[in-house]
Design a protein around this ligand. Structure first.
Ligand code: TXA
Ligand code: MG
Length: 374
């Protein structure tokens, strides 16, 4: 058991100031010695290790309890540094970085073979990202090395958006966490495989399909939600694991289609004693569901309402989602329902995470019976 140190830095400090801050210098020294340091990025907190250090990478997989066949993202401070870890970089990649780097976009490229093979799960490709967060950038520069950084959660848990979330999962298992305040975006980066043509979105994120197409052109990007053609292999091997899940069973609740059935099903669930069910919804959707329940004479005061931002401001929903998932404890809620959002823009990424967390359970539906937590 390690004592996890906490370094607090000013979230408003600039990268240049942070480079010389004692907290960043110490955190970078721990990384260079082969240690594990969690740090904020603009998406979620990452758990860093030096990408070329095989022992540090092995410790990182162990600390997270991460399956060995799920590769890590290499984080760099500048697009020019990508040539240190990747080769045969297609022109599309440079065009995307010109527009979206630094930022929440990860590109899958042919590997140069300089990163520890275990970090790439033995694949011939490497995923690279140039984060925008000043703390992440200063730490990478101070460490003077490419840094692998998966989300800093125990495998299977929601990604951490605060240093407190990191400690919840990893205190005693990692050397340090740099606390730079809450992550802005709240969802992991977009992962785009540009080794294939058309490029394939392996994970939707804040750089949306629309934004990618604005650079690469119509039809140059395949949306992961698009149905597979006959005989086509699943597009994203890393996404086969159960992810992001709260500690209580989650199901999708549709208010656009079949609101009446949803209200009646909630009436039945509310009649069961024990911890109440929770509803996770935007402010607008919560108001709408309250009105529907009231109109149907269903008492809703027993419901545990978990509000995730405003539907009119999608970024507030993304930022609140994982905190909401983490807040759901079995003592407080028997199960949870997420009020479905339209799958456009940033909500595509939100709904991708919610669907994975829910294991595609819908309510009401054939899977509506409470599922055993895994
Ligand atoms: O926003 C983010 O990307 C955060 C922050 C910390 O930067 N990191 C993150 O890492 O979400 P992680 O390890 O939790 O997710 C990495 C994803 C996984 O789905 C993994 O399968 C995929 O990227 N991935 C990594 N390398 C890959 C590769 N060579 N080919 C295909 N997918 C890859
Ligand atoms: Mg992760």
């Amino acid at each position: 058991m390690t004592v996890t140190r906490v370094f607090v830095v000013d979230p408003n400090a600039r990268e240049t100031e942070l480079l010389t801050a004692p907290a960043i210098r110490e955190a970078a020294a721990i990384l260079r010695r082969g240690g594990l340091v969690a740090f904020p990025t603009e998406t979620v907190y990452g758990l860093g290790a030096v990408a070329t250090d095989a022992r540090a990478v092995a410790n990182l997989f162990a600390a997270k309890g991460r399956p060995a066949d799920n590769p890590l993202i290499v984080h760099l401070a500048a697009a020019e540094d990508v040539v240190r870890v990747a080769r045969d970089i297609p022109p599309e990649a440079w065009r995307l970085w010109a527009r979206y780097a630094p930022g929440p976009l990860t590109l899958v490229l042919p590997s140069r073979g300089t990163v520890a093979p275990a970090a790439l799960a033995g694949l011939p490709t490497v995923a690279v990202r140039i984060p925008a967060h000043p703390v992440a950038r200063a730490l990478i520069r101070a460490a003077g090395a490419p840094i692998v950084a998966p989300s800093a959660n125990r495998s299977g848990r929601p990604s951490p958006t605060t240093a407190a979330h990191v400690l919840e999962d990893l205190a005693g298992r990692i050397d340090a966490v740099v606390d730079g305040g809450p992550a802005d975006i709240g969802l992991e980066s977009t992962v785009l495989d540009v080794t294939r043509r058309p490029a394939i979105v392996l994970r939707p994120g804040a750089v949306t399909v629309e934004m990618l197409e604005a650079v690469l052109g119509d039809g140059a990007v395949v949306d992961p939600a698009a149905p597979l053609r006959d005989g086509e292999a699943p597009r994203s091997p890393g996404m086969k694991y159960r992810h992001y899940a709260p500690d209580v069973p989650l199901a999708l609740l549709d208010l656009e289609d079949g609101a009446e059935a949803a209200v009646e099903a909630l009436r039945a669930v509310l009649a069961v004693s024990g911890p109440p069910p929770a509803v996770i919804a935007t402010e607008e959707d919560a108001a709408r569901l309250r009105a529907l329940l009231a109109a149907a004479g269903v008492p809703s005061d027993r419901l545990l309402w978990v509000i995730v931002g405003r539907r009119s401001e999608p970024q507030t929903v993304a930022a609140a989602l994982y905190g909401a998932f983490r807040s759901l404890r079995p003592e407080a809620a028997s199960r949870a329902f997420f009020v479905r959002l339209p799958e456009t823009g940033l909500f595509r990424a939100v709904m991708n995470r919610v669907r994975k967390a829910a294991g595609d359970r819908r309510f009401p539906g054939k899977d509506a019976a409470p599922a055993a937590p895994e």
